[in-house]
Design a protein around this ligand. Structure first.
Ligand SMILES: NC(=O)c1ccc[n+]([C@@H]2O[C@H](COP(=O)([O-])OP(=O)(O)OC[C@H]3O[C@@H](n4cnc5c(N)ncnc54)[C@H](OP(=O)(O)O)[C@@H]3O)[C@@H](O)[C@H]2O)c1
Length: 305
């Protein structure tokens, strides 16, 4: 893990950014940038030892923000549904941030597997076609993340700022994530939408793994930017993880097939294995730990609880 570095984490209150900032703040000077519209979120971030800086990526000039960070981890994202605002914050925002932090040793831009054109059960390589994958659930998301990647690529070259663009899959852990939303739907007896092209496979990525991979992701930062998939070495499916949570809790998942949901996004981990290495947490173990941490009361009635 990184030590004695001055680090900027954007989106430190996010599902993904919070556990990262908490881990880094143990041995580094960590600054956290977000709008912090909710005071409670600012307090939560400051409580883990992170210095907060309130700014809107859509418009801030970062006037009071230091420009001597060693590394920058850019997790902030906005998906308001307003293309003008979301492009300004996600795409223009990363450009202005990279301009401001151009002296950094490395810049990690967190992208998403949602930039790939939907390709059914094909494992997606970094050279595969991009497309408007998540339109059905988050209308601006994929286009803004593709636009943000383009700006990050430009900025890396323009300011010779070593950059990694990591296309993240489904993060989860003791901080929640998509499988936990599914667990809450199971608890409520609500139908879980499934794309008809079954199984619906993704690369679950446990927080222990994504935190552990950050130093290496920064080491491979380069000009031009390094683009790499970032997700669990083994893909699994919504069907499988919901069935396993059913075994743990005794709750039954009710699936509802619809094309009004995201279909499989399977990342090919070959390049990640070469550059960064494999993930370590078996998804069964990660899911069990998540349920133990967030809903231990549900385990009692489960067959494996
Ligand atoms: N969660 C997933 O399943 C998933 C999957 C693949 C990739 N990713 C990527 O992982 C990263 C983190 O995602 P997440 O789901 O953890 O995010 P999240 O929970 O939605 O949090 C978004 C963060 O960005 C900040 N933010 C939003 N708009 C902002 C703005 N205009 N200016 C400054 N900060 C702003 C928010 O704080 P304020 O509201 O206080 O500003 C918050 O800290 C993103 O880059 C995302 O694309 C996530």
């Amino acid at each position: 893990m990184l030590e004695n570095q001055k680090i900027l984490v954007t989106g430190p209150s996010s599902q993904v950014g919070f556990p990262v900032a908490r881990e880094l703040a143990r041995n580094n000077e960590v600054w956290g940038l977000a709008r912090f519209r909710k005071e409670a979120e600012r307090e939560k971030v400051e409580a883990i030892g992170v210095r907060t800086y309130a700014a809107d990526l859509a418009e801030s000039s970062f006037a009071e923000l230091p420009d001597d960070f060693d590394v920058v981890l850019h997790f902030a994202v906005v998906k308001s549904g307003d293309f003008d605002y979301d492009l300004a914050a996600n795409a223009e925002g990363v450009g202005r941030l990279m301009s401001h932090c151009r002296k950094a040793r490395a810049f990690l831009h967190c992208s998403t597997g949602g930039v790939y054109q939907h390709a059914g059960n094909k494992a997606l390589r970094e050279s595969d076609a991009l497309g408007d994958n998540h339109r059905v659930m988050m209308p601006t998301y994929s286009i803004c993340k593709i636009a943000a990647e383009s700006v990050a690529r430009f900025a890396a070259r323009e300011w010779q700022l070593p950059t990694t663009i990591a296309r993240f899959s489904v993060p989860y852990g003791n901080n929640g994530g998509w499988p936990w939303f599914h667990l809450m739907m199971m608890k409520a007896g609500a139908p879980i939408p499934l794309h008809p092209e079954r199984p619906n496979r993704f690369n679950l990525t446990h927080e222990d793994d994504y935190i552990a991979m950050i130093p290496r992701l920064l080491e491979i930062a380069a000009v031009p930017a390094t683009v790499v998939n970032w997700g669990g070495s083994e893909s699994t499916s919504i069907e499988e993880w919901c069935a396993y949570m059913g075994e743990l809790t005794g709750l039954e998942p009710h699936f509802e097939e619809t094309d009004q949901t995201i279909g499989s996004v399977i990342l090919d981990p070959t390049k990640m294995h070469e550059l960064v290495g494999p993930t370590r947490v078996d998804w069964h173990d990660g899911i069990r730990r998540m349920v133990e941490a967030l809903n231990p009361e549900l385990l009692a009635s489960g067959r494996k609880g």
